[in-house]
Design a protein around this ligand. Structure first.
Ligand SMILES: Cc1ncc(COP(=O)(O)O)c(C=O)c1O
Length: 399
């Protein structure tokens, strides 16, 4: 769907500038800071103990095999690599993998999956409203606006206490009309790290069913929280309870292949026939936007998942990333009772209970770079930076 941002015709020279993406601006600021001991926790990728975002060993091996064996780069079609989606299916869907009412397609990353999922929803029902808890990943709102669906925001998180505003969430979803969309984070909530507990997922699912809502679950960090199956709990519960579910998935984090743009969109309807028709719209929208997804990353993930040895090694490397995230969380949480909430959250991100002024002061005085919102990436910290970070943050909390 084309986005029209102006009501009257304008020339290119009339275009107003777009507001800078503040996270991208932060990367530039951090890079330009000459201080040797600067700490960049604004970054949105996994980093190891010494601050690198390495290519996984299994990815290197798969890419080598791809290089050695790939015989053609002829077009694959709008569905991309079908075997990639088949291999991902049980990892994401678990006990629902054999359900013929669920269909999946390769997309350019989780972002492409979200766009395609919202395109499908807007095609089916342009009057649907999307209920989104705030704060959310900063690209959710622009994607929803781009497909011209109305957005209803509700408060998801109490920053001072580090807890979910669960009653507000339920009240908002109870006010939704049948056919409205509930946008939910599958796990490792970005930016807060505050995930729904299993009992909260059950309550949310009950409201979604009672109100006849369509859940769109964004799961970009499966395996970074508690484990692959545990992190898919909400996705699978919704699939058990609802006839219509959309899931936007990303492999960019759990295969550490961010720039290769690997993801998938999953659609469930009440029957295999209705799903096939919905997918024909999905392919049409994909054809209009990117024709077909980029092959390289998905082809490498396909090789990893298709080979028992590589798959086993991937699980070990994934567990290594998850363990580091959780170890850094525990180290920060145990340093000060005011930071204890960080130890109960999941994924790379958390939000410090600091205002913009304190964020700026941390930047100027301590060379610590985080988003204005106080969001920081726990594994943006190298092991030797954690103590200095904690001391500076505790200082900021006391100022
Ligand atoms: C919550 C969430 N959804 C989706 C995405 C998009 O992932 P990808 O890089 O695969 O497009 C991200 C990336 O940061 C994210 O945090």
């Amino acid at each position: 769907m084309l986005t029209r941002t102006h009501t009257k015709a304008v020339t290119l020279a009339d275009l107003p500038p777009v507001q800078n993406d503040s996270l991208l601006a932060l990367i530039g600021l951090a890079a330009a800071d000459p201080r040797n001991d600067k700490i960049d926790v604004g970054v949105g990728v996994f980093r190891d103990a010494v601050g690198n975002t390495p290519i996984l060993k299994v990815m290197k091996e798969a890419e080598q095999r791809l290089h050695d064996t790939q015989a053609t780069k002829a077009y694959l079609g709008s569905w991309g690599d079908r075997r990639f989606a088949d291999l991902l299916r049980p990892i994401l869907l678990g006990e629902h993998a054999a359900d013929e009412r669920i269909s999946g397609v390769q997309t350019p990353g989780g972002c492409g999956a979200l766009r395609l999922g919202f395109e499908l929803l807007a095609t089916a029902n342009p009057d649907a409203r999307v209920f989104m808890g705030t704060p959310s990943w900063p690209n959710h709102a622009p994607i929803i606006r781009a497909v011209r669906l109305e957005m209803v925001e509700y408060p998801y998180y109490e920053r001072g206490q580090g807890v979910i505003r669960f009653e507000d969430m339920l009240a908002a979803l109870r006010s939704a009309e049948p056919g409205d969309v509930a946008l939910l984070h599958g796990c490792c909530h970005n930016p807060t790290g505050a995930d729904l507990s299993e009992s909260q997922w059950r309550e949310v699912t009950n409201v979604v069913v009672e109100r006849g809502l369509i859940p769109l679950i964004d799961i970009a960090y499966q395996g970074f929280g508690r484990g692959l199956d545990e992190d898919a709990f909400g996705v699978r519960l919704m699939l058990s309870s609802c006839d219509e579910v959309i899931v936007a998935q990303s492999c960019d984090k759990n295969f550490s292949c961010y720039r290769d743009r690997v993801g998938s969109l999953w659609v469930k309807t009440g029957s295999p026939e209705a799903t096939a028709t919905a997918m024909s719209h999905v392919f049409q929208r994909a054809r209009e936007m990117w024709s077909m997804p980029p092959d390289h990353g998905a082809a490498a993930v396909h090789i990893i998942l298709d080979d028992p040895q590589l798959r086993a090694e991937w699980l070990i490397e994934l567990a290594g990333m998850r363990d580091r995230i959780n170890a850094v969380r525990q180290r920060i949480a145990s340093a000060d009772p005011r930071l204890a909430f960080i130890g109960k959250q999941f994924g790379m991100f958390s939000m410090l209970p600091v205002g913009k002024e304190q964020v700026l002061k941390l930047r100027e005085d301590d060379a610590i770079y985080m988003a204005d919102s106080g969001r920081f990436n726990v594994v943006g910290l190298g092991d030797d930076q954690i103590d200095r970070f904690i001391a500076a943050v505790v200082g900021a909390l006391e100022a």
